[in-house]
Design a protein around this ligand. Structure first.
Ligand code: UTP
Length: 289
């Protein structure tokens, strides 16, 4: 029987080296796209997929991520006193159910697989989603909601996938594919960051997953993979053959906001979707192209 999906893990303990110096004293996940930090997009996307329990895997210098979802008494009192109701409304997405966000600490960033293992007590025996907040997806139906719908169809493990240029396979987790109906693809194997000539396909995993709790026992082995890190991909690969495992070609456009160019593109794409600024952005863009 397919268990209801209620939990999400948000790993946010990475060093964000590709975004230095911005990420020296600020968490990468607090960088805003237009006017909202990446972490808020991730929480809102998870809520839209029916998730109501969250675990952030944090590290040093990440306190603002927790603060962002707390009540800012002084700020709210001042706004109320000054009758700034519109500004108060902008805080709406930062209000969450009390106790719905837990945090655990990853003392040393040993890799994404290690970060997920740090959330093992939160995960328990339940299926769980993972959202990497620096992967932002612009979509009519939020990406995780698409993934959750597919999870209730297939059961087992499911990851969001997209085609990448063959020369970029060494940046991503890549699928060895089985049966493929154009939307859902059976996962026969997974390789982290393969060289283009060794990659089994050009179908890459993006930062949205729904996994069974059994992955934890494989992550607990602490086997080092690509980059000498404990790779989530390697832990997931051990589940293939034991449990259903699928890739979903989601509808939408994904932006790698951990990368400077990807982040800039996301600003433009999201701004052009905003009725309050699309026209102005469109007008100034003409000056630069
Ligand atoms: P990235 O590969 O983007 O690593 O991690 P990073 O450290 O954040 O950024 P760069 O590559 O140095 O610029 C993907 C996700 O996994 C988390 C990150 O916070 C990000 O959400 N992560 C990664 C951890 O939580 N712990 C780790 O040890 C590694």
């Amino acid at each position: 029987m397919t268990k209801k999906l209620r939990k999400a893990v948000l790993p946010v303990a990475g060093l964000g080296t590709r975004f230095l110096p911005a990420t020296k004293a600020t968490a990468k996940e607090m960088l805003p796209v237009v006017d909202k930090p990446l972490i808020q997009y991730a929480i809102e996307e998870a809520l839209a997929a029916g998730i109501d329990e969250f675990c952030m895997v944090t590290g040093r210098g990440k306190a603002a991520l927790v603060e962002h979802f707390d009540i800012a008494y002084e700020l709210e009192a001042t706004l109320r006193e000054r009758n700034k109701t519109e500004a108060l409304d902008l805080l709406e997405g930062t209000r969450v159910e009390p106790g719905s966000i837990l945090t655990v600490r990853q003392q040393v960033p040993h890799g994404l697989g290690h970060a997920i293992w740090c959330a093992r007590a939160f995960i328990g025996d339940d299926p769980f989603a993972i959202l990497l907040p620096d992967d932002l997806v612009l979509a009519e139906t939020p990406c995780l909601a698409q993934l959750a719908e597919a999870y209730y169809e297939t059961g087992g493990n499911i990851v969001a996938v997209t085609e990448v240029p063959r020369e970029h396979t060494n940046r991503y987790g890549i699928l060895k594919t089985g049966r493929d109906d154009g939307r859902l693809v059976e996962v026969k194997g997974l390789v982290e960051k393969p060289a283009p000539d060794k990659a089994p396909s050009n179908l890459s995993i993006i930062g949205r997953y729904i996994l069974m709790p059994d992955v934890i026992k494989y992550l607990a082995l602490m086997e080092r993979g690509a980059g000498n890190e404990v790779q989530l991909t390697d832990g997931m690969a051990r589940l293939i053959g034991e449990q259903p495992f699928h890739g979903l070609r989601y509808q939408g456009t994904r932006f790698d906001c951990g990368d400077k160019v990807g982040f800039l593109e996301a600003q433009i794409a999201f701004a052009l979707k905003r009725p309050d600024m699309a026209q102005a952005v469109h007008a100034f863009l003409k000056k630069y192209v």
